[in-house]
Design a protein around this ligand. Structure first.
Ligand code: DAT
Ligand code: MG
Length: 142
């Protein structure tokens, strides 16, 4: 089943000029980009986006980091996009991510792990709506 997921190239990766390389990896893995924007989250936006983590010890560092510079937000489409994208990015902690995964290649710490991917179909729908209106998502079929 064709599915959509939300990806964010995080501020650490954008700062290190890894955006192009990461997009190449994603598209070569068979994901179609149906929405994409460059933006800088405010601290409040980051707190809202990560509201499920409010109260966790890392919440302050996480939301400060995610608002520390520009990010590239993308809606990706593919069969089983959510699960397949989580496999492509690897475990949260780059030290535990499998070789070849984006976090293993480009992440530098559990906090600064280069990329975000939705963890369920339900959360993907919520995360996509957080950043995109339906008119900003394109249809690739003719
Ligand atoms: P994921 O991004 O793999 O879905 P998550 O939803 O548990 O992981 O956490 C969201 C982000 O918060 C994660 O990408 C990095 C940061 N984070 C999570 N746990 C952390 C920890 N123990 N220490 C520092 N940062 C953490
Ligand atoms: Mg998560």
């Amino acid at each position: 089943m064709t599915e959509r997921t939300l990806a964010i190239i995080k501020p650490d990766a954008v700062r290190r000029n890894l955006t192009g390389e990461i997009i190449t990896i994603i598209t070569q893995a068979g994901f179609r980009i149906v929405g994409m924007k460059l933006l800088r989250m405010t601290k409040e936006q980051a707190e809202n986006f990560y509201q499920v983590h409010r109260g966790r010890p890392f919440f302050e560092d996480l939301t400060r980091f995610m608002s520390s510079g520009p990010v590239v937000v993308m809606v990706l489409e593919k069969d089983h996009a959510v699960e397949d994208f989580r496999s492509l990015i690897g475990a949260t902690d780059p030290a535990e991510a499998l070789p070849g995964t984006i976090r293993h290649r480009f992440g530098t710490s559990k906090g600064e792990n280069a990329i975000h991917g939705s963890d369920s179909v339900e959360n993907a729908l919520w995360e996509i709506a957080f950043f995109f209106s339906l008119t900003e998502l394109v249809d690739h079929t003719s």
